[in-house]
Design a protein around this ligand. Structure first.
Ligand SMILES: [Fe+2]
Length: 386
């Protein structure tokens, strides 16, 4: 973003409470926002891990009533949002608390939108289409990567139409993001790796975004540093330092992308989630090195800075030479994390590529990529990743 550009820039954040053991604040937070009856959105895995039982203890301590809504799956569906809205009305709730990864948090946002704005979730797909304020919302992330706890985004799938809808609005930012890195202890290694790469993708896309600016850049670049310092250890050993490092990486990457938006990796990843129900982090991991290689010439200086943040010694190298090392560093990280590296490995068919490319070109995230790819170029990226 150059000072001469006309675009207006904003920087939005929820209140952030961070710290080992901070889940204990959940009841006080709900009460402080005026809640008496909590609508707690989560998923069965989080309940099995024990985090919901612990949360309920803190809600009870503040004399709060609650109901639990856990009909949430990866790539949350529009009908699950509708069901949640009916349940919210039925139980006369007045505050929403999401405890979980991106799927429970996005479902909670979807429910919050319809509770106060009515209609169908499809009506709000796009930019700034929400007119009424949502109920108070607290997000407690249990994964390090999605950034949904600090972002103005929600992604909801319509499986019948095979689309993923991107909702972008200041109105769906949580009031409070309550981040307790302790909650990462029950994540599987596979999920830690995939969500960690999602965080890296957020940071890289925000840093090279056409809407990046001095308030988003330091968070994006620091998140990249943290991912390269801590993700391998977070996956392999799960030690406290690594979990805290990844929590902050996810937070800072979330702050950056919520305000600078994303790019072609996310635009191409969303249709893979919609058509193949592919995990979002996995789709990003496969696409990231391919898209970065294509984007290099359109943001060379920025990619040279990213190389440095990844821990490379770039002294004596030109920006072009440094930037070229970025895709290699990403590929090495993904290989070390044992994540699949091609779309064909995870069942993507060449026949679907024209449909995937058409949907990707229309995705909201494509607008802030440093270069606007046409449908043919997007198809070639998918083929390269195949
Ligand atoms: Fe993402």
């Amino acid at each position: 973003m150059n000072p001469s550009d006309d675009a207006l820039l904003k920087f939005e954040l929820p209140e952030i409470i961070y710290g080992w053991g901070s889940l204990s604040q959940i009841g006080q937070c709900a009460k402080r926002l005026g809640g008496e009856r909590v609508f707690l959105v989560t998923d069965p895995g989080i309940i099995a891990a024990g985090w919901v039982d612990e949360s309920l203890k803190y809600l009870e301590k503040e004399d709060l009533k609650y109901v639990i809504y856990d009909n949430v799956v990866t790539n949350p569906r529009c009908y699950q949002v509708d069901q949640g809205v009916r349940f919210y009305y039925q139980k006369e709730c007045d505050v929403i608390v999401a405890v979980g990864g991106g799927s429970p948090m996005d479902t909670a946002k979807g429910i919050a939108i319809l509770v106060s704005n009515h209609g169908k979730i499809h009506d709000y797909a796009g930019c700034n289409l929400i007119t009424q304020p949502i109920p108070p919302l607290i997000c407690v992330p249990t994964t390090a990567g999605t950034g949904a706890d600090v972002s103005q985004f929600a992604i909801i799938s319509d499986p019948r139409k095979k689309i993923k809808m991107t909702i972008l609005s200041r109105a769906i930012m949580a009031d409070i993001s309550l981040i307790d890195p302790r909650l990462l202890q029950t994540k599987s290694q596979e999920l830690m790796a995939a969500t960690g790469i999602d965080a890296l993708t957020h940071a890289i896309e925000a840093y090279v975004s056409s809407l990046a600016w001095p308030l988003t850049n330091p968070h994006a670049i620091h998140a990249i540093e943290l991912v390269f310092q801590h993700l391998r250890n977070a996956v392999r050993t799960g030690n406290i330092e690594a979990l805290e490092g990844m929590s902050v990486a996810s937070l800072e990457a979330g702050i950056a992308f919520s305000n600078a938006i994303l790019g072609a990796v996310h635009a191409l990843a969303h249709p893979l989630g919609a058509i193949y129900d592919m995990h979002h982090g996995l789709a990003n991991a496969i696409l990231l090195p391919v898209v970065v290689r294509k984007n290099l010439e359109h943001a060379t200086k920025k990619f040279a800075e990213i190389a440095k943040a990844m821990g490379l010694d770039t002294r004596g190298k030109s920006d072009e030479e440094s930037a070229k090392l970025v895709p290699e560093m990403i590929q090495k990280l993904i290989k070390d994390l044992e994540i699949p590296t091609t779309l064909s490995q995870v069942g993507v068919k060449a026949d679907d590529i024209p449909t995937l490319a058409r949907d990707a070109q229309q995705d909201l995230c494509m607008g802030t990529n440093p270069y606007q790819y046409d449908a043919e170029e997007i198809e070639s990226i998918y083929y390269e990743a195949l």
